[in-house]
Design a protein around this ligand. Sequence first.
Ligand SMILES: NC(=O)c1ccc[n+]([C@@H]2O[C@H](COP(=O)([O-])OP(=O)(O)OC[C@H]3O[C@@H](n4cnc5c(N)ncnc54)[C@H](OP(=O)(O)O)[C@@H]3O)[C@@H](O)[C@H]2O)c1
Length: 269
Amino acid sequence: MITGRAKLGIIGCGKMAGAMLARWLDCGALAPGDVVACTGSDASAAAVAARFGIACGTDAQAVVADAATVLLAVKPQLRAGVVAALQPRPEQLWLSVLAGVTTTTLELALPGAQVIRLMPNTPVRLGHGLVALTPGLTAQPDAIATARALLAPLGTVVDVTEGHVDAFTAVAGSGPAYVFLFLEALTAGGIAQGLEPATAALLAQETLLGSALLAQAAGRPPVELRAEVTSKGGMTQAALNVFDDRQWSQTVTDAVAAAVGRAAELARG
Ligand SMILES: NC(=O)c1ccc[n+]([C@@H]2O[C@H](COP(=O)([O-])OP(=O)(O)OC[C@H]3O[C@@H](n4cnc5c(N)ncnc54)[C@H](OP(=O)(O)O)[C@@H]3O)[C@@H](O)[C@H]2O)c1
């Protein structure tokens, strides 16, 4: 494995790479001196350097030249322009979080590099994320092992085939947005019934968190846990009837399908 002066080079240090980097630095997996990065402007580069204490500029090739492993995290629509100007080092490990960009596309654009496609979600920030890992044909076992070791502090790493990356993304990548939407709605419901906004927000957040932890610990299907909260003719049943009447479960299924459909559209350009 090639080693540069920096362990990790980040091309595009915005919301996603920033969440990953914050976790690596917080848990001590990486030190600021291990990381070099670049962004699209001097102003954002200075902000990233100040926030994380890392070296950050706007020269992507300098990052490539300096880093053992490269994390590519620009917006997918910028990929072609950014990558075309770069020369990977032979066998350099490249990790890409770009939605909708396949390992085949990346391998064609990055000759000689070992490519692994990732799909993280933003709870990686706290080490409670999910990361899909999809190695390209060029990725050798030691490169995959290096990637796994780097990703371990971010949360749960799931091996996902190229054909299932969009489904993974529609559930886990976009999923935090659905959960936050439910959080907003449950909070609004509490406020509508007279709770103070801060109290309603706390109740909604702790209910979501506690329920997720319970589901994980119980190891039983959520339908059973739901039944335990639902007495016939009681308050919960009255609320669930409204969800049923408005086809809430089907709405969520349709929303996931819409995300996958949009991925296909984006892939067609
Ligand atoms: N956000 C998520 O939840 C999420 C989840 C999974 C995957 N992803 C993937 O993560 C990638 C980044 O998304 P994001 O939400 O983090 O976007 P973002 O916040 O806009 O970050 C993009 C970063 O790329 C930088 N950049 C722009 N042009 C550049 C250039 N020519 N050279 C180097 N860096 C450049 C931007 O700098 P400036 O600020 O100066 O423009 C910014 O630092 C996308 O491909 C997306 O599919 C995101």
